[in-house]
Design a protein around this ligand. Sequence first.
Ligand SMILES: [Zn+2]
Length: 247
Amino acid sequence: MTVHLLNGFTCNARAPTHWRTGALCLLVETRDGLVLVDTGIGQQDYLRKPAILQAFRVLTHVPLDPDQAAIQQIARLGYAPTDVRHIVLTHMHFDHCGGLADFPDASVHVHRRELEAFHGRRRRWTDAGYVRRHVAHGPRFVPHDDAGESWMGMSAIRLPFEHEIWLVPMFGHTRGHCAVAVAADDGWLLHVGDAATLNLDPVAPKWFERLVLGPHGPSLRAFRAAHPEVRITTGHMWLDFFQTAGI
Ligand SMILES: [Zn+2]
């Protein structure tokens, strides 16, 4: 099954200027139709920028190229928006689920705790990344709970597709944040979302990484060393990753 790697949101640091990043979304071709893992920001965000996105524009260079909306990239691959049957969310920050409204027919799979955090009272500063209007169209959510299963030794939830895709809870960055494991043509791909730094590279002090992304960085680096056969990606990747992938 082919997995396309899409950049759903370019965000470049003002300093250091070589910190140029894109938000990784996976588009998985399966027998159940297309499965999109995270959406990046959506078409409505280009027309009416959420406050959190405006704040990002103060701190970083955000080119905001509307061609980068997942729906546009998917169209360039020859698909219609309705071909996206399922969306799987690592978490519901604006840069990961802003495009939900572009795929109103898709079922949206997310950990129940994340959905509750999104709809609940704002409790911690990272909750500022939630934008309520991203779900104003009433997505068809499918909340998932831990079910006592595991994927490669980690507690995980098998999603209801013939194609093997797992939610792997990694709470911390948000209260219901999950990694997503996808069976690809060339082996497993573990997309860890915002549970770790860019490509797991040590770009921030450990205390800062723990504060912003949660406690999983060290164990994910150990997992990568122990399992070189598993490809690991993060929610934000260096821009040259996408350029190498021809995106
Ligand atoms: Zn996030």
